[in-house]
Design a protein around this ligand. Structure first.
Ligand SMILES: Nc1ncnc2c1ncn2[C@@H]1O[C@H](COP(=O)(O)OP(=O)(O)OP(=O)(O)O)[C@@H](O)[C@H]1O
Ligand SMILES: [Mg+2]
Length: 450
């Protein structure tokens, strides 16, 4: 009896211990207890799950079977039915599940490789992903990292995008961390890898919040920020202390774009003289200041009230396209925000869009906008963009130039926070006139950051 009470006591103590461990240190509990238990369950049930999701294949295999053989002869005459069981080797149909690789834990779930059966394609697994997620009782399963004959399944236990807490500042030049990706990793925008970004979405979907996060992340860096805000300046005027230039009318935009094209030509000449292919190959002392141009509501740039504006609109479009084409090599970067950016806005818009290789698609009202923003991506990315609910502003589908895509959410950065960052780093703002002059205007801090 004493032993029984002792056993009960030990069990109760371990249950409380596990509860406390999970409560106070969930990360180590996940790696130490919950993940190994999950892994065993996933491996043991994989055959059933794969069969339920129609991922198994029938194969003919030799098996030892137990066959019932009717007995004939004297014994059979004495009994109504007499059978004898005999073991036999015979070929039978068996169901084979795709072979699983090792399960590797992540902070929010796990990932594992799966070997495709002959004749299977990654799309079969994309179709089955929702079913697998339900069978494993996880938030989502995504097919990533497709290699010939193999896919990686990435399972996430809970939606990591309900609460996002990151700091946009990375401390590295032209890199910002505006939010989190669905797989639990940081969402990092690196303008040196993907130079221009399109930030699209319906009204109130979180475009300006993302712009705020990017401004907050870039403000402490030795670079120039330029704003085009054709909503009368209401969005970007609060950040004016950190902006080298702010245009709020189309006339001002055209003038600033003219200056920018001139500056790009200066940079081109400098690189040619120094025998460099881009500004990053120049000696540090000669390297010009990177410029990041933020455009809010790009459609306003292309809208015309009457034909007299046609000339100005087409000049704006051409200059913007030139900035996009040349900016990549000469450290001028674009972030173009808009509800939609389609060919209906005018000639040149499609060409501009194709230069914006980084894509962020917030919640959209119609499938065409998702198609327009994400281009000919995986159809699952378009579905994910269309499924973003209105009550989670800031959630977006992010696509880089390598064809991969992620669900992500920007961290909430209020206007006050972005404004404060702009004021705190106002001393880093290069003057526009000095910036577009021919003399290199590298501030000393750039040397260490670059
Ligand atoms: N990541 C986020 N987390 C929490 N709330 C957010 C997030 N992003 C945006 N919001 C909230 O959603 C609302 C709309 O965001 P925002 O102003 O950025 O939308 P928008 O796309 O710029 O809209 P519009 O087209 O009208 O300018 C804001 O009130 C903001 O507080
Ligand atoms: Mg906005």
């Amino acid at each position: 009896m004493n032993d029984f009470y002792m056993l009960l006591g030990v069990l109760a103590a371990s249950a409380v211990g596990l509860w406390a461990w999970r409560r106070w240190h969930p990360a180590s509990f996940w790696y130490g207890v919950a993940f190994p238990a999950r892994a065993v369950l996933v491996v043991l049930t994989w055959h059933h799950v794969a069969s339920g999701c129609k991922l198994t294949r029938r194969r003919r295999r030799w098996r030892l079977t137990l066959d019932a053989v009717p007995v004939v002869g004297p014994a059979a005459r004495n009994a109504a039915t007499v059978v004898e069981h005999k073991r036999r080797m015979r070929r039978v149909d068996v169901e084979r599940a795709p072979r699983l690789g090792v399960l590797r834990p992540t902070r929010l779930g796990w990932h594992m490789r799966v070997r495709l059966h002959d004749g299977q394609v990654p799309a079969d697994y994309e179709r089955a992903a929702e079913g697998i997620a339900h069978a494993w009782r996880v938030h989502s399963v995504r097919v990533v990292d497709v290699k010939p004959g193999r896919v990686t399944l990435w399972a996430t236990m809970r939606d990591p995008l309900t609460e996002v807490a990151v700091t946009p500042e990375t401390g590295e030049l032209l890199r910002v961390r505006p939010g989190k990706l669905e797989n639990g990793r940081d969402w990092v925008i690196d303008f040196r890898t993907v130079p221009h970004w399109l930030n699209a979405g319906a009204t109130q979907s979180g475009k300006s919040n993302l712009a705020n996060a990017i401004i907050k992340g870039l403000a402490p860096q030795p670079l120039a920020l330029v704003g085009f805000d054709l909503k009368g300046g209401v969005e970007f005027t609060p950040y004016a202390p950190r902006l080298s230039a702010l245009a709020t009318t189309r006339k001002e935009c055209v003038d600033l774009l003219g200056d920018l094209v001139g500056e790009l030509e200066n940079r081109m000449t400098l690189c040619r003289e120094q025998g460099a292919r881009n500004v990053w190959n120049l000696p540090v002392a000669l390297r010009p200041v990177p410029i990041v141009l933020l455009i809010d509501e790009v459609a306003e740039l292309f809208l015309m009230a009457d034909r007299s504006e046609k000339d100005e609109v087409s000049r704006t479009g051409t200059a913007l396209l030139r900035v996009a084409q040349l900016g990549r090599a000469f450290a001028v970067h674009l972030i173009v925000c808009g509800q939609r950016i389609g060919s209906d806005l005018g000639p040149g818009v499609t060409a501009l869009r194709s230069q914006l290789s980084g894509r962020v698609c917030h919640r959209v009202n119609d499938p065409e906008t998702a198609n327009m923003t994400l281009g000919d991506m995986d159809p699952a990315a378009l579905d994910a963009a269309r499924a973003i609910p209105a009550e989670t502003p800031g959630v977006a589908v992010v696509a880089g130039q390598d064809g991969s895509w992620h669900r992500a959410r920007s961290v909430f950065v209020s206007e006050d926070q972005a404004e404060q960052a702009a004021r705190d780093h106002a001393h880093l703002t290069p003057a526009w006139d000095a910036l577009i002059g021919t003399a290199p205007t590298t501030p000393p801090a750039l040397d260490s950051a670059a």
